[in-house]
Write a protein that binds this ligand. Structure first.
Ligand SMILES: NC(=O)C1=CN([C@@H]2O[C@H](COP(=O)(O)OP(=O)(O)OC[C@H]3O[C@@H](n4cnc5c(N)ncnc54)[C@H](OP(=O)(O)O)[C@@H]3O)[C@@H](O)[C@H]2O)C=CC1
Ligand SMILES: O=C(O)C1=N[C@H](C(=O)O)C[C@H](O)C1
Length: 228
């Protein structure tokens, strides 16, 4: 049985991770941590992680930095689901991988890695195409490219040498719709990943956490799960 602590446990995704951990046979909830420390969660200062095998984070970039400060001196593996890190914070994350197994994923939806690979393959097959990466998320998410869009557009730009257009939208409580549209004059080719529920992110993160326990210190990504 793997004991998983959830950082950001009162959040939209963290709640789904906690719920999943009550149902799964291979893992159980160790500590649930939030900023406010409600009656079912602890603050970071109250958490001790002694019975924890791996931490799953879905919080904020600044909160992740405080989590890593708190974990200094331990080699506890951590799954980072949070997105939106600054360059300095990203450098800190990378340095942190010397001290623990750290798996960072902008999108834990099952199928996302295949979706990204398909988009890259299509962009190679259609070098004349103009490419747009689109996203729709909940209305209260910051109106700036998500981690998912940043990753896709950077990889597509690198492979094609072209500028990638972005289409950022915020609607209601949308869990996440990512599109890659290739327009090559005679036709339009559209790939879409429409996530129905945030439980999809939770499931991918728990799968990654089970995989990460026992790995050597270092930086990992969701596609490493597919390779092993
Ligand atoms: N990688 C992926 O597949 C996905 C990534 N995300 C990303 O995950 C992140 C979280 O998303 P979401 O669940 O919607 O966010 P929410 O705003 O719903 O939840 C944020 C959570 O973080 C907690 N938190 C904030 N500050 C601290 C702190 N200083 N110490 C401890 N806990 C803290 C909050 O606690 P409190 O309630 O007490 O304030 C809350 O539990 C975002 O960056 C989002 O982009 C989202 C979906 C999928
Ligand atoms: O905030 C969200 O909800 C999500 N954020 C992630 C991101 O910023 O890339 C992706 C996920 O699909 C949902």
């Amino acid at each position: 049985m793997t004991h998983i602590s959830v950082f950001g446990a009162t959040g939209k995704v963290g709640r789904e991770v906690c719920a999943l951990l009550t149902e799964t046979d291979q893992a159980t909830l160790a500590e649930a941590i939030s900023a406010s420390g409600t009656d079912t969660t602890l603050t970071l200062a109250e958490a001790d992680f002694t019975g924890t095998d791996v931490v799953i984070d879905f919080s904020t970039p600044d909160a992740v930095m405080t989590l890593l400060d708190h974990l200094q001196g331990t080699s506890l593996p951590v799954i980072i689901g949070t997105t939106g890190f600054s360059a300095a914070q990203t450098a800190r994350l990378h340095a942190e991988a010397d001290h623990r197994a750290l798996l960072i994923g902008a999108n834990f939806t099952k199928g996302f890695e295949a979706f990204a690979a398909a988009a890259l393959a299509l962009s190679k097959a259609l070098p004349e195409a103009a490419i747009t990466v689109g996203e729709v998320y909940k209305a209260d998410k910051k109106m700036a490219a998500s981690g998912t869009t940043k990753r896709l557009s950077a990889e597509l730009a690198e492979i094609t040498g072209k500028e990638i257009d972005l289409d950022i939208q915020r609607i209601g409580d949308t869990a996440g719709i990512t599109t890659v549209v290739l327009d090559y004059k005679i036709a339009t080719l559209r790939l879409e990943l429409n996530v129905r529920t945030r439980a999809a992110y939770a499931a991918g993160a728990v799968e990654a956490a089970l995989w990460l326990v026992g790995r050597a210190n270092g930086l990992y990504a969701p596609k490493d799960l597919l390779a092993s």
